[in-house]
Design a protein around this ligand. Structure first.
Ligand SMILES: Nc1ncnc2c1ncn2[C@@H]1O[C@H](COP(=O)(O)OP(=O)(O)OP(=O)(O)O)[C@@H](O)[C@H]1O
Ligand SMILES: [Mg+2]
Length: 499
């Protein structure tokens, strides 16, 4: 394949569905369907018992032993202790995600050719571990990862490209598992993120759970008996409820016939109003998060030029109604709300536009800070770069040594917003040896710099001696694979039969 035909793709690895897009020669992005003829691949993996095949997509989602079916793995990407065990083999969220990405890569190669490089998307509020895990999943799947991009940024690029959206924009992304609220500015050449907020576990799969409970309640009311389900039946009902939920975005009343082993099937009638009432609490939470985001930037709804919709769950009419009420005008929908992240990521992969992002978490260091009232010193997390600082950025804080004769200056690098050290992650450490015989109170500066690729560097500088030390912060710790583990695992995954 010649250089200018090299294929750069964008991949949205979603909680419920994943998709892959490339940019056509005319400059417009396009979804590449999978080899099953679908534009969206359900992010579901089924571990076949007979031939050891790993089914990914609709074939995995629709049917099969539920015990061998893995869904919503993205919810666990930040959990180093999580794994699933099937046939005495342990699979981490990274490895399960790699199976999904392998299917997308293989299908794409069959349909439009091999992939040169990929841009992967992640929720804006993914932490360092989850970002690392996503990149590793891509590498295990045999992809060269150009970079990762926040999902709302990718979606905003798509809206800017297709609908000429410009100005101050609020991206409301309600998908299968997460809610992301992002406020950004788009002009002819740039997308600048001003702020990103989110709720980790708020999305379509929560609505499915709520609808399942509503279903059981209505079943009892309408059939005069309880719907008692075992775990497998409940999962089937969950799948039915997801379809019911989608129909309720178009119809105001639906009915389903459902039964269990003990009883003859019964009919359940559900209205859109019942459903919307049941999920109202969660929807209002999404509006509260918008208010919080606007407050942080000292903006009012009137300062927002456009609200744009991203994520399949924004098809729920109540979502659009609440946003219209809040902003005094209806939000914009591109229609393919579940594809626009992958399409935007493809534009990104072709570097169609300059995009600047913000720091997704705060970075700091542990320091002894005196209580203003009691004068007692306590170890606190002192923030050096605050969350939502535009990237690239570089920030410096000066500290003083607390004891005389200190020869080793130890700086612990933290990630997290809390001032209490118990609630932040230690993601790195720098030790700087300084000359002996110094008094207490020597100034030491700590500088963190964060580039557009979300790479962080830290520098410690001792003012008296002029000595300094510089390191790249690589998130290491439980759940992060090293190079040789990546190589070994990707060789193993290459042999796995994925269909
Ligand atoms: N017409 C519809 N009405 C209501 N919900 C819908 C509709 N279409 C899709 N959904 C829901 O949208 C969710 C999937 O959206 P999407 O594919 O954007 O999420 P995702 O990208 O997988 O998740 P995330 O972005 O949270 O990782 C599912 O919960 C699905 O049931
Ligand atoms: Mg999504």
């Amino acid at each position: 394949m010649s250089e200018n035909k090299a294929m750069y793709v964008g991949i949205d690895l979603g909680t419920s569905t994943s998709s892959l897009a490339h940019v056509r020669p005319d400059g417009n992005p396009e979804i590449v369907p999978n080899a099953d003829g679908e534009r969206l691949t359900p992010s579901v993996v089924f571990f076949d018992r007979f031939e050891g095949v790993k089914l990914v997509g609709s074939a995995a989602r629709n049917g099969g032993d539920q015990e061998r079916t893995i869904r919503h793995i993205k919810k666990h990407m930040d959990d180093p202790a999580f794994f699933v065990e099937i046939d005495n083999e342990k699979w981490t969220p990274t490895e399960i995600s790699a199976l999904i990405l392998s299917k997308l890569r293989k299908d794409c190669s069959k349909i439009i050719g091999p992939i040169e490089e990929a841009v992967l998307t992640v929720p804006a509020n993914f932490n360092e571990l989850a970002r690392k895990a996503t990149v590793t999943a891509g590498r295990l799947a045999g992809l060269r990862i150009q970079r990762i991009v926040n999902e709302p940024t990718a979606a905003a690029l798509y809206y800017a490209h297709t609908q000429s959206v410009r100005g101050r924009v609020l991206v409301y992304d309600l998908g299968g598992g997460t809610l992301d609220i992002t406020i950004l500015e788009i002009d002819e050449n740039n997308v600048d993120i001003l702020l990103s907020e989110g709720a980790r576990h708020l999305g379509g799969s929560d609505f499915d759970e709520i609808l399942t409970d509503l279903f059981k309640q209505k079943y009892l009311e309408q059939n005069g008996r309880e719907l008692i389900l075992d775990a497998a039946q409940r999962r089937r009902l969950l799948a039915v409820c997801e379809e019911t939920k989608k129909r309720l975005s178009k119809l105001s009343v639906v009915s389903e016939v459902i039964g269990n082993r003990e009883h003859v099937p019964g009919e359940v009638e559900l209205t859109r109003a019942d459903f919307e009432e049941a999920i109202k609490r969660l929807l209002i939470r999404t509006i509260m998060l918008i208010e919080q985001a606007l407050d942080t930037l000292a903006l009012t709804p009137r300062d927002i030029d456009h609200v744009v919709l991203v994520g399949g769950s924004t098809r729920i009419p109540k979502v659009q109604e609440l946003l219209t009420g809040k902003f005094g005008k209806p939000p914009l929908s591109c229609g393919n709300v579940d594809e626009c992240v992958a399409l935007g990521a493809a534009l990104f992969a072709r570097r169609a536009r300059q995009v600047s992002e913000v720091c997704n978490r705060s970075y700091g260091t542990l320091a002894i800070i005196e209580d203003a009232l009691t004068g007692i010193g306590k170890v606190r997390n002192s923030i050096v770069i605050s969350k939502n600082t535009p990237l690239p950025c570089s920030m410096t804080q000066t500290y003083v040594t607390s004891e005389a004769n200190e020869e080793l200056i130890e700086v612990e690098i933290t990630q997290g917003e809390d001032h209490d050290p118990r609630y932040v992650d230690i993601i790195g450490r720098i030790t700087l040896r300084v000359p002996p015989g110094r008094p207490a109170g020597c100034a030491v500066t700590v500088t963190y710099s964060y580039d557009e690729n979300q790479r962080v560097r830290a520098r410690v500088y001792d003012e008296i001696s002029g000595l300094h030390k510089d390191i790249a912060i690589e998130y290491e710790g439980p759940g992060v694979l090293n190079e040789s583990e990546i190589e070994r695992k990707s060789a193993y995954l290459k042999q796995v039969k994925i269909a």
